[in-house]
Design a protein around this ligand. Structure first.
Ligand SMILES: NC(=O)C1=CN([C@@H]2O[C@H](COP(=O)(O)OP(=O)(O)OC[C@H]3O[C@@H](n4cnc5c(N)ncnc54)[C@H](OP(=O)(O)O)[C@@H]3O)[C@@H](O)[C@H]2O)C=CC1
Ligand SMILES: O=C(CO)COP(=O)(O)O
Length: 298
């Protein structure tokens, strides 16, 4: 393994933005499923030989990708994905735990649209890991326009990053139905309470939901057409079917599968998650106006 070598795995929107950002300070390799014309693009084998890896592939694909491609040989890893595996209800840290020791892995969270990061606009991110040393190792790789914070609340950051995608779909629906800014602010505020309730059940800290990973990323994503999940919500409000919405989007919208995961987990553990449940029902074909009536019921 080469000392201080870094590679990004997954050259989608976020992988490419992180590659751009980290390349400001040092040479960073990048690889992906599909070969791309990007500087320092290498094959997967070469990337896996790096000491530091940043993995940016969709949450639902991670387990298979790890099974088929990954061999642990001491690498330090940052996970850039945000989602919960729908087929199992597992959080990403649980999936990675079968392949990588906990002290070798961290999870990125916080408000960070790839498009803005790729323009070098300022942003703040959290590196969540049981190991503060891992944060200290990765932090110097980030450019001056990204401020990094450390948190040990891995589960809190994971729940926040995944849940806000579902709430962004809900917020897009709210906007698409022209329900007004009062309704949208209420939805986002209640959504924050809901994600905290869900997170606390799994051991998350309240403070995580009030910071960058929770309120920060939620306010960003649930308020902007730059969010893919928000755009899914807009499409659902105009009665488009989900296949057409996804074809138009051409990129991942993690909130779709995460809504299913939250719905199942909340049923299993009896956690009250009314907004996420309605998003799941709308994705399954319920009329959004009926969902609204159900959410407003006393
Ligand atoms: N975009 C953003 O602003 C942010 C995104 N994220 C999160 O990062 C993750 C990735 O998002 P993003 O990059 O935007 O998504 P994109 O849809 O832009 O790209 C996803 C990438 O994942 C790769 N991929 C898909 N399926 C597989 C698979 N089975 N095996 C290996 N690679 C696969 C694809 O590679 P290829 O193109 O080579 O086929 C594709 O480039 C998501 O979890 C998202 O929530 C987090 C913060 C910000
Ligand atoms: O996570 C993101 C910003 O922090 C990106 O959100 P979308 O996937 O909805 O575009």
């Amino acid at each position: 393994m080469k000392n201080n070598s870094i590679a990004v795995i997954g050259a989608g929107k976020w992988g490419q933005a992180l590659h751009f950002a980290l390349s400001q300070k040092q040479k960073v390799l990048i690889t992906s499923r599909t070969k791309k014309e990007i500087e320092n693009f290498v094959d997967l084998k070469t990337a896996l030989e790096c000491k530091y890896l940043i993995i940016a592939i969709p949450a639902q694909e991670i387990r298979n990708w790890l099974k088929e491609n990954f061999v642990f040989n001491g690498q330090k890893i940052l996970v850039a994905s945000k989602g919960i595996e729908a087929s199992s209800g597992k959080f990403l840290n649980e999936i990675y735990a079968d392949f990588v020791p906990k002290k070798n892995i961290g999870f990125i969270s916080g408000p960070s649209f790839a498009t803005e990061v790729k323009q070098g606009l300022p942003c703040a991110l959290v590196i969540n890991s049981s190991s503060e040393k891992l944060f200290e190792q990765f932090s110097p790789f980030f450019p001056n326009f990204i401020k990094t914070y450390y948190s040990s609340d891995v589960i809190g950051a994971e729940v926040a990053g995944a849940y806000k995608n579902v709430l962004a779909i809900a917020s897009g629906i709210c906007e698409g139905l022209n329900l007004g800014k009062n309704a949208q602010a209420s939805l986002i505020a209640r959504g924050l309470v809901e994600m905290e309730r869900f997170g606390k059940f799994f051991g998350a800290k309240k403070s995580t939901f009030l910071g960058l990973s929770g309120a920060g990323d939620l306010f960003l994503t649930a308020n902007s057409t730059m969010s893919r999940n928000y755009r899914v919500g807009l499409g659902l409000a105009s009665n488009k079917n989900i296949e057409d919405i996804l074809k138009e989007l051409g990129e991942v919208a993690e909130g779709i599968k995460t809504a299913e995961a939250i719905y199942n987990l909340s049923l299993q553990h009896n956690v009250y998650t009314p907004i996420a449940n309605e998003v799941k029902h709308i994705l399954d074909g319920k009329n959004p106006k009926d969902s609204l009536k159900d959410l407003l019921k006393h």
